[in-house]
Design a protein around this ligand. Structure first.
Ligand code: BTN
Length: 314
């Protein structure tokens, strides 16, 4: 338990109570309270003890976990950083240089080198939700691209359940509100032979971050949609809980059980699209994904099955 957790109950808690709960001295309690204040928390103190009056708008492990209904196996440990080059890069360093196991989530308030698919720059100002999590599933590497679709469906489902607006999935894993990007998902993997060493999934959600001028036409934030801010700790807890359920189901049943849900929410189904798969530029009608997670594109030469690429409406 950490000091913040002892203050979550909207009432004064005495310094002695906190000290004995955390097995530290009263002086150490005082020091930690001051450290929290420096980080933006407003903590009142009186003869009755301490009371949290305003939570800082920074992500914190205890606060995020306080929104879980039950412990999550994908989020046993949540590391919250003020800044990172990229949460992907930081988590990759952890995965490669330690005996890190599945269940680590890493967040950053800002990223100086946030990136998206095809290493495109991902703008990561303060106020957004930028996080990555480490998975080590026992499955073959070709499943990683399907997992990206599963995570995308789960993130979309979270928004559908909790907010009153409609999102569309742009294949493979962007979430659009009225054709503007609200969230992007990136899944990276290290594999050897037929086995996955690690998968790092990164999610970027524009929450109340100010979008640079250059992105204002193509991106949107949750604050712009809702006209109000949201608690990012609660948002992250909800997203991780939804992803945990889908991840477990995917490991058990495979992608097939997600295909219908994915296609129902996918933008441009049965519409003409162009896809750049890294090697070829293909044009055709988007028939949605099949039960193996391939995108089916009806071209003049027949139906092509595509694993990954960038899709554009034409
Ligand atoms: C995309 O749309 O291409 C995917 C964007 C993924 C951005 C997130 S933000 C958290 C994590 N860290 C990164 O550097 N990228 C991902």
């Amino acid at each position: 338990m950490r000091i913040l957790e002892t203050l979550f109950h909207d009432k004064y808690v005495s310094g002695n109570e906190i000290a004995s709960a955390l097995k530290i001295s009263r002086a150490a309690v005082h020091k930690q309270v001051n450290a929290l204040r420096k980080n933006g928390y407003v903590i009142l103190s009186s003869k009755k003890g301490y009371m949290l009056s305003k939570k800082a708008d920074i992500l914190d492990e205890s606060e995020i976990k306080s929104f879980f209904d039950k412990p999550l196996s994908i989020a046993k440990k949540i590391i919250c950083l003020k800044t990172a080059d990229s949460t992907q890069t930081q988590l990759r360093r952890l995965a490669e240089n330690s005996d890190a196991a599945e269940g680590i989530v890493l967040t950053a308030e800002t990223q100086s080198e946030g990136y998206g698919r095809r290493k495109r720059k991902w703008s990561s100002n303060k106020g957004g939700l930028w996080f990555s999590f480490l998975l080590m599933p026992e499955m073959t590497p070709e499943n990683a691209s399907k997992l990206a679709l599963v995570i995308c469906a789960a993130v979309n489902r979270f928004f559908e359940k909790n907010y009153n607006f409609d999102l569309k999935i742009k294949w493979p894993n962007d979430l659009l509100y009225k054709n503007k990007k609200l969230a992007g998902i990136l899944v990276e993997m290290s594999a050897e032979h037929d086995r996955i060493n690690w998968i790092i999934a990164g999610i970027g959600i524009n929450v109340s971050n100010i979008l640079p001028e250059s992105l204002q036409k193509e991106s949107v934030s949750l604050k712009e949609i809702l006209k109000t801010g949201v608690n990012r700790s609660q948002l992250l807890a909800g997203l991780l809980s939804e992803i945990e359920i889908s991840y477990a189901l995917f490991k058990k049943e495979g992608f097939g059980v997600f295909a219908d849900e994915y296609n129902r929410k996918a933008a441009f189904i049965n519409e003409p699209v162009a896809i750049d798969d890294g090697k070829r530029q293909l044009k055709g009608i988007d028939l949605g994904v099949d039960e193996n997670g391939f995108l089916l594109l009806k071209t003049k030469n027949g139906v092509e099955k595509i694993v990954s690429g960038t899709l554009r409406k034409i």
